[in-house]
Every structure is written in structure tokens, then in C-alpha cells.
Design a protein around this ligand. Structure first.
Ligand code: ANZ
Ligand code: ZN
Ligand code: ZN
Length: 818
């Protein structure tokens, strides 16, 4: 076997894995199940990029590790193939999105196979297959049945470039998530929503996803934004206007209320005298995103109306303001300028009264506030509640309000319902028919799937709107001709439940067999990107809870553990991008160095959860290791292993197992490299020990290990063998400690050499007499590349002009250089 034939060798093993369906699994197994999943890709025309190769390698190593450790491992792959990028790309290249997508998927599969990924390909599917999206539609109908789907007209985010509306989650700093330079516009449109907020409380509870990374939980927590507070009623012209506040204790400090400039009932508050002013204000208003609420200039205008304070009965002026969100709480706030900075700025600007109701420590009465006081304190200026500590007062005041039916405790969420309407072609059709007589009518389950029509014209607007023959259909209720909904669903709908379909991918009677799904799920380890924290990761949790409530699932959360991988940047440290010319194509690398070397390189630079830069030197280093490994195996002399090697091997098996289990692949690779050197240093090695080395290497470099495994006379695949057990008794602790001591000493010497800029010719070590046998003069000189003389401290003939031997301590020799 020559080193250079890695190409044919990798192809050979990929073909054999495929032919013998090595990675296909079933529920009928005595082994314990384990579900490893990497987020499935959107199959773009440009094929696999290095980031994909990285994520899949991370999952693949884990999957192989668990298999070798005796688990029944499900490791599937599919394609998230609906969505706007495919439609845009197809338009650009003037081919049909279906053709474009199918071609891309073929290419993707070829590349994934070239990486040696251990997928059960029989379970693969693509979401643009109507046999898949049929079940998106089915879930939609089920949600509709349970009151979790509605259509409403409201101000929505719209991206000109995407030519469609966006979900709240898809707006980042006021810009489109796909078009970083495009401001999102506000349009008033009637759109379909999924009521994810019904699950807000459960989604904000992370007890059953304790093992998810802290960062993800924190991002989700902020996004869901659970606030405990009170709802307080202010009467306006005898109508109830509610406000949401987290500071009921400041109720007596309210000096005005502010209603959102976008509030649908604002018009009813504007008096004749103020109409002109308000209109002028509204005309000049810019749309506000939540993130810059704190920074922006607070502006407003008096409406002319007054609200009645629920406890004092005072008349409180009502203003319209740009810093109040229409869709948070009730869209109106009670303003307490003394204790809220936004209100403070507003009051200063419009010369509104400021009334302090929380006493500051060491407060000088009458001192003018320079900014709002938001700290703790006791109440004052608050009637019967004076003297109460503010936290307590929240409760007391709310209870008092409740007695008079003027308020109550409540919880508010920042999370909004999920806007799923998209005015584009390449998505799941929404199964609704509009009938003049019956209104919005759901299609019956029997009619599913509502397939996308093939023949459409791309150009301006939603292509579906032009397909009259598809739009015109019988009303499912009365049979008269009605019109199909032309909005399609957000693609995140497709990925919200795909992990379940892998468990029963070909079921054409049901969404899936619950028995199969409940066997494999929840996912044991889910590998994916941090950017999905507040989108896919939350949607998937929502769908899981909904399907559980339909009694289809027996678990509450989709994944026990989530592993968030880092980014692979270009050699220059920038994000890989065509315009920077720093893109490295995994296929080129595979052709040049082989998949085994690429896989090894991807996990050896850094811990897989941190970012790292591509490095040509690095991949060459991995390739060198590969060749060293092959060389060693080619020239191996089978015999008996030394005690030293056995110690090294057992220790490596133990530690590498722990490293891999905890995703410290980079540390495992360091140990693997050292272990190979230990093997190479020996004259001969036991056959079983070589096999153990192969087994632990095979999770990183599966192809070459299968090859050598077979050559050593093993029947069957290495992936069907067992991860070696280690024998603690064979680990020689003394030896390990001695080597550690020697390495420390060498590091000390190197430090000294660095200090004196390496001009030394001779190095002398003074060691305690009982340690003399540890410090092998020859080996040390070899390792350092300089001559070293070792003396016992009590050696009368030693050369020691500066009396450094006095400095020797156990495990820490005295050092002299000249
Ligand atoms: C009075 C008050 C006094 C407030 C005070 C704060 C400090 P979180 O924690 O994010 O839930 N608020 C309520 N509805 C709002 C809306 N639609 N747009 C903008 N702000 C709104 O914030 C709750 C607080 O945000 C509420 O408590 C309210 O101001 C404001 F010294 O009420 B507070
Ligand atoms: Zn966009
Ligand atoms: Zn009808």
C-alpha cells in the first residue's frame, strides 16, 4: 500500500459502507439508542462549504464514537430545500427552483459522501418533496383546529430585496437578516400567524434543557423576555385603558401616560384642538425598532385627552410617543419620570412634572434630579403606602387595585406570535381557501398535499398569484368556486419538526409512527450554529410541545444536549467569502490531501466550539501525520509490546475517551499524535495493541483505519468493532510522573536558553541522588539538541562553578549553563 493512493482507498471504503448499508439502523435493537443530529443544510448551488464540512465532521466523530461504544446510533441527513434563496438563485440562472434544488442536492450528497460521513442514507428526505411538506400543512390544520393559527392585519416587517414580509426574529438591528444593508420597512398587511406565545411560559422554562449551552439559554431567555408585573386600569372617557408595569410601587409618581404612536385606537384619544399637532407629529415619525429604544430621541405630542388615576382620581394628560411599542403590553405606559430614564428625558423635553415617590438613601429633600432614580428605597408621597419598601409596595398596591377591580398581577412576554406568511413561490402552500360565502376555509386533510404548481412565471411579486388554474378551486365547505391562499409558509416551518421525520421517513399514512419517534427521541446530541438560538431552536421547541399536546410525542423538548460549533474563518482571519478570495473548498482539499486528513485537521486546531482560521500549514501537518501513520503501519513489526507502550496506550484510551465524550477533540488529537510517536519508538508491538490504536484513530480517520483493519486479517468493518477498554493497572504512574518531571526540566532549560539568547554551549544538571536514574543524559541531549551533563548533587567530581547544585529540589534539578 503506497501513501499516495488515499483517493482510491477512500472511494473503496465509501462504496463498501454504502453497499452493505453499514450505517442503517432500526428500532429493533437490544442496544441502547443514541440520536446524533447535525442541523440539515439548505442545499445551495455552490455546494458544501468548509463550515458544513466542520459541523458534519463534529457530528460524525461523535456518532462513530457512540457506535463503537455499543449504542444503536441514529445519524441521519436531509435537505432544507424550500425557501427564498433557491427561488432567487433559480431566477438568476433562469432555471426552475425544483431543478436547481435537485441538482444542488445531488452535488451535496456526493460531497458529503466524499467526507466519509456515517449517515443512514435510507432515511434522507428533502423538504420540497410534497410528501414532506404535506405534513407541514397537516400540522397547520391541527394548529388551526386548536386555535393556534390566525390571520390578522397589522404593521409588519417587509424587506424590499426579499420581496416579502419577515418574522420578528428575522429583523436584526432594524435590517433584514439576509440583507444586512437593507432597512426593514413597515407595511400594514393581513398575514398568517402561529400562536407561539401560547407556549411562551413553557419556552421560558429551561429546566428540561439544562444541558444546553448557557449562551443559547440566555439568548432565548432575553428573546422570550418574561416580565412579572401588574396590569393597571386607567379610565379614559369611561373606557378602560390598561397599562403594563413592572413598577406598580411607583403608581403615585405617574404624571402623564404615553400611548404608542402606532396604537390602533390612538385616533379616539385625539381632541379637535390637538388634531393638527398630532397629525404633524405622526407624519414625521420614523419607524422604531426595539433595540434602539433606549438610545433614540424621545418625542411625542399631547393628545388633548386625560386618563383618571386609579387610586388618586387625578386627571393625567395622555401623550402619544415614539418610544412606546404598539405590540408590547397594551401599547400604553404610565410614565414615572422620577424613576424611569425614558420618561425622565421625555418630561424634561416637554416640561412635564416630575414627582419622586421612592426615597433615595441620604436623599436631600428638594434636590433636583439630574436623572431618574431607578434604585431601591422606601415609598413617600404615596398616601397609605408611605414607608413601605418598594418591592413590598408592588404587591400591596396591586392587591389594593385588585380589590377595586382596577388592576391585577400579570406576566408579560416580549416574544410575539410567529408570522409565517411569505409572498413567495418556493415554500409550503398554506392550505386555506377563500370563499365568498364561507370566508377562510381550511382544506380537508384528505386533500393534502396541496402541491405547488410547476408552471409559474417569475418576475414581480408572488408568482403564485398569476396561476389562475391553481388558485381557482372548490370551497371545501359549500362547493362553490373559491380562491386558494397564495401566501406560502416561512421555511422555518419545515425545519421545526424534521428531526422527527427521520425516524419514519417514508410513512405516507401518518406524519410518523409515534412508537418509532418516541424510541429515538429526544435527540441526544444536536450540533448546530449559535445564529439559530432565537429562531430555529425556539421554533423546534414550540413544535415539539405542540405535537406532544396532540399526544404524538412523549417528551417535552427536542434535544437533550445542544452543541454549538465555532466558525471556520479564512487563512486571513476573515469570514470566508468570494469577494475576499479566501474561500477554501472542502472538495479541493479532499482531492489534494484526502478526507481523513481534512477531518483530522478540522478538529485538531481548536476546541470544536471555538472559531479558528483555516491554515494551509495546518492541513499539511495533518497530512504529514496521516502519512506517518501509514508508514508506521506499513513497516510494523508484530511481536510483544513493552510495559512502557502498554502504559502509554491504556492511558491514551482512557483520556481520549473522556476527551471525545466531552467534545474536546483537539485534546484527543494531541494525545493521539503523542501515542503514535510512542508506537514508533518501539521495536515491536503486540497485534492487539495496534488494533486498539486503529480503533481510537478510526473516529477521526475512518478510511485508512478500515483498510489496515482488514489488512491485519480482521473480518468485518472496524466501525462494527468495539472501542477498546483500558486497564487502569497497566498505566505506570511512576513512569508518567518521571516523564512529566523531565518535560518540566526541559522547559526550564529552554526558558533559560531563551533568556540568554541561546549562546550556551554546555548545560549541567544537578539532581538528587535517588533521581539520577530518571535523567538519562543521552535522551535529554537528544530531545534538546544540545549536550547536557547530569550530576548527582553529592558527586565530588561535578563541574559546578556557581554552586547551582544547592538549588536542586525533588523533581526540580539545579541548572547551570555556560
Ligand atoms: C412604569 C414604570 C416606572 C416602569 C418605572 C418602569 C420604571 P419590561 O421589564 O421590559 O417588561 N412599558 C410597558 N409597556 C411598554 C411598551 N408597549 N413600550 C415601551 N415600554 C413599555 O418593561 C416593563 C416596563 O416597560 C413597564 O414598567 C413600562 O414602564 C414599560 F420607574 O411602568 B414601567
Ligand atoms: Zn431581505
Ligand atoms: Zn363556501
Amino acid at each position: 500500500m503506497k501513501q499516495s493512493n488515499f483517493k482510491s482507498l477512500e472511494k473503496k471504503w465509501q462504496a463498501r459502507w454504502e453497499k452493505e448499508k453499514i450505517f442503517s439502523v432500526s428500532e429493533n435493537s437490544k442496544k441502547e439508542k443514541y440520536y446524533v443530529l447535525e442541523q440539515f443544510p439548505y442545499p445551495s448551488g455552490s455546494g458544501l462549504h468548509m463550515g458544513h464540512a466542520f459541523v458534519y465532521t463534529i457530528g460524525d466523530i461523535y456518532s462513530r464514537f457512540k457506535r463503537l461504544n455499543g449504542f444503536n446510533v441514529l445519524h441521519p441527513m436531509g435537505f432544507d430545500s424550500l425557501g427564498l434563496p433557491a427561488e432567487n438563485a433559480a431566477i438568476k440562472e433562469n432555471i426552475h427552483p425544483k431543478k436547481y434544488t435537485d441538482n444542488s442536492i445531488k452535488n451535496f450528497i456526493r460531497q458529503q459522501k466524499a467526507l466519509g460521513l456515517s449517515y443512514d442514507w435510507d432515511r434522507s428526505f428533502k423538504t420540497h418533496d410534497s410528501e414532506y411538506y404535506k405534513w407541514d400543512q397537516w400540522i397547520f390544520l391541527k394548529m388551526l383546529e386548536k386555535g393556534l393559527v390566525y390571520k390578522k392585519k397589522s404593521p409588519v416587517n417587509y424587506c424590499k430585496k426579499c420581496d416579502t414580509v419577515l418574522a420578528n426574529e428575522q429583523v436584526v438591528n432594524g435590517k433584514c437578516w439576509r440583507h444586512e444593508n437593507t432597512d426593514v420597512q413597515i407595511k400594514h398587511l393581513s398575514q398568517w400567524y402561529l400562536k407561539i406565545t401560547d407556549y411562551a411560559d413553557e419556552l421560558a422554562d429551561f429546566n428540561s434543557v439544562k444541558e444546553w449551552p448557557q449562551v443559547i439559554k440566555k439568548l432565548q431567555k432575553n428573546w422570550i423576555g418574561k416580565s412579572y408585573g401588574s396590569e393597571i386600569i386607567f379610565k379614559v372617557n369611561n373606557k378602560d385603558w390598561k397599562v403594563f408595569t413592572t413598577r406598580a410601587d411607583t403608581l403615585f409618581g405617574v404624571t402623564f401616560v404615553v400611548v404608542s404612536a402606532q396604537h390602533p385606537e390612538l385616533a379616539g384619544l385625539i381632541t379637535k384642538e390637538n388634531k393638527k399637532d398630532v397629525e404633524k407629529f405622526l407624519k414625521n415619525l420614523n419607524s422604531v425598532s426595539e433595540e434602539n429604544l433606549a438610545k433614540m430621541d424621545k418625542e411625542g405630542v399631547f393628545t388633548g385627552s386625560y386618563a383618571i388615576h386609579p387610586l388618586t382620581g387625578d386627571e393625567i394628560p395622555i401623550w402619544a410617543g415614539n418610544f412606546v411599542l404598539a405590540d408590547y403590553g397594551s401599547g400604553m405606559v404610565m410614565a414615572v419620570p422620577a424613576h424611569d430614564q425614558r420618561d425622565f428625558e421625555f418630561a424634561k423635553k416637554y416640561k412635564l412634572p416630575i414627582k419622586q415617590v421612592i426615597k433615595q438613601k441620604d436623599e436631600k429633600i428638594g434636590k433636583i434630579l439630574r436623572e431618574a432614580y431607578i434604585g431601591p428605597g422606601h415609598l413617600r408621597n404615596s398616601g397609605a403606602f408611605d414607608g413601605l419598601y418598594y418591592e413590598e409596595a408592588k404587591n400591596h398596591i396591586t392587591i389594593a387595585l385588585k380589590k377595586e377591580k382596577k388592576g391585577k398581577k400579570t406576566i408579560n412576554f416580549r416574544l410575539k406570535d410567529w408570522l409565517i406568511s411569505r409572498q413567495r413561490y418556493w415554500g409550503t402552500p398554506i392550505p386555506i381557501v377563500y370563499c365568498d360565502d364561507c370566508g377562510k376555509v381550511p382544506v380537508s386533510e384528505k386533500e393534502l398535499p396541496i402541491k405547488l404548481p410547476d408552471k409559474v412565471k417569475f418576475g414581480k411579486g408572488n408568482p403564485l398569484e398569476s396561476v389562475e388554474s391553481w388558485i381557482k378551486t372548490k370551497c371545501p365547505k359549500c362547493g362553490k368556486i373559491g380562491r386558494r391562499e397564495t401566501d406560502t409558509m416561512d421555511t422555518f416551518v419545515n425545519s421545526s419538526w424534521y428531526f422527527l421525520r427521520y425516524c419514519d421517513p417514508n410513512n405516507n399514512k401518518k406524519i410518523f409512527d409515534p412508537k418509532k419517534v418516541n424510541y429515538w427521541n429526544p435527540i441526544d446530541i444536536y450540533v448546530g450554529g449559535k445564529e439559530h438560538a432565537c429562531m430555529h431552536d425556539i421554533y423546534m421547541r414550540f413544535y415539539t410541545k405542540f405535537l406532544r399536546d396532540l399526544k404524538l410525542l412523549k417528551f417535552d423538548e427536542p434535544a437533550k444536549k445542544l452543541f454549538v460549533q465555532g466558525f471556520v474563518h479564512g487563512e486571513d482571519g476573515n469570514k470566508m467569502s468570494k469577494s475576499l478570495g479566501n474561500v477554501v473548498d472542502p472538495m479541493n482539499t479532499i482531492n489534494q490531501y484526502g478526507a481523513d486528513s481534512l477531518r483530522l485537521f478540522l478538529v485538531s486546531v481548536a476546541s470544536p466550539d471555538s472559531d479558528f482560521n483555516w491554515s494551509e500549514k495546518g492541513i499539511q501537518g495533518s497530512f504529514r501525520f496521516y502519512n506517518k501513520f501509514v508508514n508506521f503501519m506499513n513497516n510494523i513489526k508484530i511481536g510483544n509490546s513493552s510495559k512502557r507502550l502498554e502504559s502509554k496506550l491504556n492511558k491514551a484510551i482512557k483520556l481520549m475517551g473522556e476527551d471525545v465524550e466531552n467534545f474536546r477533540y483537539n485534546l484527543a488529537v494531541i494525545k493521539l499524535r503523542a501515542l503514535l510517536d510512542n508506537f514508533i519508538e518501539e521495536d515491536e508491538t503486540g497485534k492487539q495493541d495496534v488494533e486498539k490504536l486503529l480503533l481510537i484513530t478510526s473516529i477521526f480517520m475512518p478510511h485508512i483505519c478500515e483498510e489496515i483493519w482488514e489488512r491485519l486479517g480482521n473480518k468485518g468493518f472496524i466501525i462494527n468493532a468495539k472501542w477498546p477498554e483500558y486497564d487502569e493497572k497497566k498505566i505506570d504512574k511512576n513512569l508518567e510522573e518521571q516523564e512529566l518531571t523531565i518535560n518540566k526540566t526541559l522547559a526550564d532549560i529552554n526558558n533559560i536558553l531563551n533568556l540568554i539568547k541561546d549562546e550556551a554551549k554546555n548545560i549541567y544538571l544537578y539532581v538528587l541522588p535517588n533521581e539520577l536514574k530518571i535523567y538519562d543524559q543521552e535522551k535529554l541531549s537528544d530531545k534538546l539538541g544540545k549536550s547536557i551533563k547530569v550530576f548527582a548533587v553529592n558527586d565530588k567530581n561535578k563541574h559546578d562553578p556557581e554552586n547551582k547544585s544547592k538549588k536542586a529540589k525533588p523533581g526540580r534539578p539545579g541548572i547551570y549553563v555556560e
